[in-house]
Design a protein around this ligand. Structure first.
Ligand SMILES: C[S@@+](CC[C@H](N)C(=O)[O-])C[C@H]1O[C@@H](n2cnc3c(N)ncnc32)[C@H](O)[C@@H]1O
Ligand SMILES: [Zn+2]
Length: 563
């Protein structure tokens, strides 16, 4: 179904000075005082002295948000039309004899309302106004009078008065006081979105979509602010251990979702994350919110704490509730294998969470964004390649596996030569396990294989490299140093050991504990399988899956200096 869009100047992500020197623009004054920013189909004017926040790096966030809202509208309208069609068919059967004039015509689905609660220059809201069809009204709110002046100037410049209105005030107070509900609420604050969540959940229309940015990645995925992380998100990440640090990016996503799901539950609402991304220095999540007391009852079973071993990265998920039947709460039981000491490496566990345990993406929703992205004009949407790359990987992520591990970290644990993704995925696939990449980190994989199997594969990789070492060294036996001789003797006595590992290290302990690879466990690093070829296909497509640093001093922009 297509609805008409408001035409506007097409350009992508550029900033220039006022072009008509000294000229007056209606409702604007002297245009020389402004920079003209063109992004997507919007053109906005920002004061040269930068009193209002604008970050060009966030074009990816804005392009993606536009496509996600379009997907939401398309899917909502299709569902609406389907329902309407069924209702009409049922009616038609009943009232076959009614005169034609009495039969109701199917009208289109209702248009949507959008709130951009923290709007700054208004660029995002202006883009929504130009580029998203089927919108009734957009409210662009900001706390700062300069920002609202900028929003008004740009509404006027874009001639979007019929659809877009500004509001000056604290977003929390605005959402608390407005009688209106919004189908889409976009929260794009400095730092955390937590303070806005209670009111956003209440101000959202049933089956609406929440778009949430959190730029406090240092809190969510770093290890410097554990008390802040707990205060804002009600849980911990995995802290600073070498083997768990990378998993903190997915922990960050799950902590945000945990906070939102717990907030929603207070108002009998449940959440359905449709796309949850860890991007560069921030997180961006797209979440459907529905009133559903039954789903709320299931929340404890979709919430977990996770024990993460600081020595080898082993993880154990402990759900905080069980559900029997459609929605009967059962107290959680301790999951198997929980102990204060890791059974593989004798390391300690960090307790992460509570956090969201459910799926973080909806592949059908992602597919819809990808098809909108595919049809988008590359001149207007400057980040289509990255959207395609990142979302294709996100869509492929195993939905029932919460975390991933970094292959280089595993090689460091064993002090073995690095194992490539290709070889690791082949080994896992040939043993019958499933594997995927993750959008959150390079060189990491998710798998449904038990941790013991992952460790066994790493050990086998070490054995192969030990064999190679012995072969090469012994071919040159005459020139062996005393040190080399000792190493050769050690490896001949135990090919599955590594003389370079300290006795107290996790790698040494794992190698001691793991038996030799069982005869019937054929670890094959060479043969392709369905799993490895699908992962490889994804890796071989020329895609911008991870962002390169786009400018010199890039990252979250700080608040404008004049405040
Ligand atoms: C990161 S910027 C928003 C950027 C904008 N969404 C975009 O895409 O260009 C955050 C904005 O939130 C505003 N702000 C901060 N706290 C606020 C609050 N409590 N209520 C409303 N606006 C607030 C700031 O003035 C700032 O303009
Ligand atoms: Zn361990």
């Amino acid at each position: 179904m297509k609805f008409s869009e408001v035409p506007a100047p097409a350009s992508s992500g550029s900033v220039s000075s006022g072009e008509t020197s000294g000229s007056e623009l209606q409702g604007v004054g002297n245009i020389d005082e402004y920079d003209i920013i063109k992004e997507g189909k919007a053109e906005i004017l920002t004061p040269k002295e930068d009193k209002v926040f604008y970050n060009p790096i966030q074009q990816f966030n804005r392009d993606l948000s536009i496509m996600a809202i379009k997907s939401y509208i398309e899917l909502r309208n299709e569902k609406w039309m389907e329902k309407q069609q069924k209702r009409e068919e049922a009616k038609a059967q009943k009232a076959d004899n009614e005169p034609q004039s009495k039969k109701r015509k199917i009208t289109g689905p209702p248009k949507i309302n959008i709130l951009e609660a923290l709007s700054a220059t208004g660029l995002r809201a202006i883009r929504y106004g130009h580029e998203i069809p089927h919108v009734n009204k957009i409210v662009a709110n900001d706390l700062l009078p300069e920002a609202v002046k900028s929003i008004d100037r740009n509404i006027n410049h874009a001639k979007l008065e019929n659809v877009l209105e500004s509001h000056l005030g604290d977003a929390i107070k605005y959402m608390a006081s407005t009688e209106e509900k919004f189908n889409v609420i976009d929260l794009d604050p400095y730092g955390t979105a937590t303070p806005f969540m209670d009111l956003a959940i209440q101000a959202i229309e049933d089956d609406g979509m929440l778009l949430v940015t959190c730029t406090d990645a240092g809190v969510l995925a770093g290890s410097g602010y554990p008390e802040k992380c707990f205060a804002l998100y009600g849980g911990n990440n995995f802290g600073n251990s070498f083997v768990n640090g990378e998993a903190n990016h997915e922990a960050g996503i799950r902590l945000i979702l945990g906070m939102i799901s717990a907030t929603a539950a207070k108002y009998k609402k449940s959440i359905e994350p449709v796309l949850s991304l860890s991007i560069d220095f921030y997180f961006r999540l797209f979440i459907r919110v529905k009133t559903s007391p039954i789903e709320v009852k299931r929340l404890s079973s979709k919430t977990m704490v996770v024990y993460g071993c600081n020595g080898c990265g082993h993880k154990i998920e402990q759900p905080l509730g069980r559900i029997s039947g459609p929605s009967k709460f059962q107290y959680p039981k301790l999951v198997a294998g929980v102990s204060s000491e890791c059974g593989f490496c004798e390391g300690t566990y960090t307790v992460a969470g509570p956090m969201w345990k459910g799926p973080i993406h909806d592949p059908k929703f992602i597919d819809r964004i990808l098809s909108i992205n595919h049809e988008s004009d590359k001149q207007v949407y400057g980040t289509t390649e990255r959207i395609k790359g990142m979302l294709t990987v996100a869509k492929s992520e195993l939905s029932d596996v919460s975390f991933y591990f970094n292959l280089n970290h595993m090689s460091s644990v064993f002090k073995s030569p690095p194992i490539s993704i290709n070889e690791m995925v082949k080994a896992l696939g040939n043993l019958g396990y499933n594997v995927s990449l993750t959008h959150a980190k390079k060189n990491c994989i998710k798998t449904n294989a038990p941790w013991e199997v992952v460790l066994q594969i790493n050990k086998e990789w070490l054995v192969l490299s030990n064999r190679e070492y012995l072969c090469k060294t012994k071919a040159n036996e005459g020139n062996m140093s005393e040190k080399t001789k000792v190493k050769v003797e050690q490896l001949e006595a135990d090919i599955g050991s590594n003389p370079n590992l300290l006795k107290a290290s996790p790698g040494y302990r794992i190698l001691k504990k793991l038996a030799a690879t069982p005869e019937d466990m054929k670890i094959d690093f060479v043969t392709e399988s369905e799993v490895s070829s699908s992962v490889n296909k994804l890796r071989n497509v020329k895609m911008v899956r991870y962002q390169e640093n786009p400018t010199k001093n890039w990252g979250p922009k700080s608040r404008p200096s004049s405040k």
